[in-house]
Design a protein around this ligand. Structure first.
Ligand SMILES: [Fe+2]
Ligand SMILES: [Fe+2]
Length: 266
């Protein structure tokens, strides 16, 4: 009897109970997952296949392979405290969530979330993953982006969103944003019309201070999971401390220097 015949004979429920926990039938491997969805069951070959595709796609410094590994590790940490999480979907979505970055870099009008979701779906289908699995991964990637209105719906999508946003919190967030801004040749801050340094709050032009005020400072209220909220809270003070220090140093330099210059100029 082959697996399909065994399945048909058993007619299992999609979700069944084992030791008081919900277990599931894994349509991708076409066998009973002898694990709850919370337990990670992806085999190493599948992981390598997805990892290698990710490695071939990641180019820029703030969204490099190390960002992907941190997002994956954040997600695995968060998943331990959430229920009904499909570990396979979560790992695949984490590994592939930013593969559309280079498409967006070539054409900023294209959302990397949308481009990456399509690329991931095509890749998974091409490599004989189940359509249901590919669609789920696609939808997680589609909703991971901060700037997009469409919010994550499934547990896996919410965890990916939170895991990704954790990488813009604390010291990591500051370092990545500076790298990203430098790469885009954007300044650290803008000057107001009176020559003073803007703190970023009212800025229309992109800069590190503007990104801090518009995105980094506000990220802490955006999490879906308690575990991510807790990790973010531990990092928040460091980010605020760095921004305030930098702003004070720069402001003092301008105020002092401009006064001296005025005295020197005829
Ligand atoms: Fe992204
Ligand atoms: Fe990301």
């Amino acid at each position: 009897m082959n697996i399909q015949e065994m399945m048909n004979a058993a007619q299992p429920p999609v979700v069944y109970s084992r030791e008081g926990k919900d277990c599931y039938y894994d349509p991708y491997r076409q066998k009973f997952a002898e694990a709850t969805p919370e337990e990670i069951v992806m085999d190493k070959n599948t992981y390598s296949l997805l990892e290698n595709y990710m490695l071939a796609c990641m180019k820029d410094s703030a969204h490099d392979k190390d960002h992907i590994y941190r997002v994956l590790y954040n997600a695995l940490d968060i998943a331990k405290t959430e229920s009904h999480v499909n570990g396979d979907v979560l790992i695949a979505a984490c590994l592939l969530h930013d593969i559309g970055r280079s498409t967006q870099a070539k054409d900023p009008k294209i959302s990397h979330a949308q481009a990456g979701a399509k690329m991931a779906y095509d890749f998974l289908i091409e490599h004989n993953f189940e359509k249901e699995f590919a669609l789920h991964v696609e939808s997680c990637i589609m909703t991971h982006s901060y700037r997009k209105k469409n919010p994550p719906q499934t547990p896996e999508a919410k965890i990916l969103f939170d895991a990704d946003k954790l990488d813009v919190t604390g010291a990591i967030g500051i370092a990545r944003t500076l790298m990203y801004k430098g790469d885009a040749c954007e300044p650290m801050y803008s000057l107001r019309s009176d020559g003073t340094v803007s703190d970023g709050t009212e800025d229309q032009e992109p800069s590190f201070f503007q990104e801090y005020k518009f995105k980094l400072e506000n990220i802490y209220s955006r999490f879906y999971t308690q575990r991510a909220r807790d990790i973010a809270r531990q990092r928040q003070e460091t980010a605020a401390w760095f921004y305030n220090k930098l702003y004070n140093e720069v402001t003092a330099s301008y105020e002092n220097g401009q006064k001296i210059l005025e005295e020197k100029l005829l």
